[in-house]
Design a protein around this ligand. Structure first.
Ligand code: MF3
Ligand code: CO
Ligand code: CO
Length: 288
């Protein structure tokens, strides 16, 4: 099996190690997973990702303003395409690894990567995730929100709220730098389990900014002290997928693209996603 080796963190010759160098070197010596320099964005890159995040947030605000019962998910897709391109952006999902549309629309038991369709019309009681990723001037930002159509089953509403809380628990763990992805995942999964929900294990958050999906993998479960160390300048998503029943997922037999992810037991799933930048004072939201 091919193993890709992570570069070793070193201080350039003749340079005084910064505080960040010291923290990273200390963890590297303990055998922890530390980032490489390419994952740490420059101030200029962060500026660009922040701008992409502002447009990405505006796209979701626009969806939030217009989404309603009786609307098809293809209409949502058109809103996302039109709004994004009118403001000089590109919807990143369009033609990404064969994905056919400008956003993902995931209703009820669709965990993620739902494909907008004329045939999927939003009905009272549906819970739907709209996931948008925006490219602006070459920079990427990625966020998603849940929308509840009218009134839904209180247990479904609670699922939507628990998924939100899980994201906020993850954000709270990142209220200071030099925490591990596993610290966050551990806290997120605990919160889900406390509320008798489960965390999807097959999909995770990710680094984002210069590309759609970068390192590190941001798993929403796991053990403290595992996963990558999060240091100032890193940009990444947190996007826990929370299931009402079992965490197991499967594909949709009727989906020729292979993108759509469903819960195996047919029970509903909910997800919220933000893009963050880690700073000296913890994470800042770049897109929601
Ligand atoms: N936006 C999703 C994420 O949060 C990825 C969607 S890939 C697509 O990572 F091609 F389906 F858009
Ligand atoms: Co994402
Ligand atoms: Co997303």
């Amino acid at each position: 099996m091919k193993k890709t080796k992570r570069p070793v963190w070193t201080v350039p010759e003749g340079m005084e190690p910064t505080e960040m160098d010291c923290r990273i070197l200390e963890m590297q010596e303990k055998g922890k997973i530390v980032p490489w320099r390419g994952l740490i964005k420059t101030p200029e890159q962060i500026k660009g990702i922040r701008k992409a995040g502002q447009l990405n947030t505006a796209v979701l605000d626009y969806v939030e303003e217009h989404i309603r019962e009786g609307m098809s998910t293809l209409e949502i897709d058109r809103m996302v395409y039109d709004f994004t391109t009118r403001h000089g952006g590109i919807p990143a999902p369009l033609h990404y690894e064969g994905f056919p549309n400008s956003c993902c629309t995931s209703i009820n038991d669709v965990v993620c990567h739902g494909i907008p369709s004329e045939d999927d019309v939003l009905e009272e009681g549906d819970i739907v995730n709209v996931d948008c990723t925006t490219i602006l001037d070459g920079y990427y930002a990625d966020a998603s929100r849940m929308f509840v159509m009218g009134h839904t089953d209180p247990r479904w509403q609670r699922l939507v709220d628990v998924a939100w809380e899980c994201l906020k628990v993850g954000q709270d763990v990142c209220s200071r730098p030099y925490v591990f992805v596993g610290d966050m995942g551990n806290a997120i999964a605990r919160h889900a389990h406390k509320n008798r929900c489960t965390i999807v294990r097959d999909l995770c958050g990710h680094g984002v900014g210069l590309e759609f999906h970068e390192q590190p993998d941001v798993e929403h479960y796991g053990h403290k002290g595992t996963g990558m160390l999060l240091v100032p300048g890193m940009t990444f998503t947190i996007e826990p997928m929370v299931n009402m029943g079992h965490w197991d997922v499967c594909g949709d037999e009727l989906d020729p693209t292979g993108w759509i992810v469903l819960t195996s037991d047919g029970l509903p799933s909910a997800q919220w996603e933000h893009t963050f930048v880690m700073t000296e004072n913890g994470v800042e939201i770049l897109s929601h």
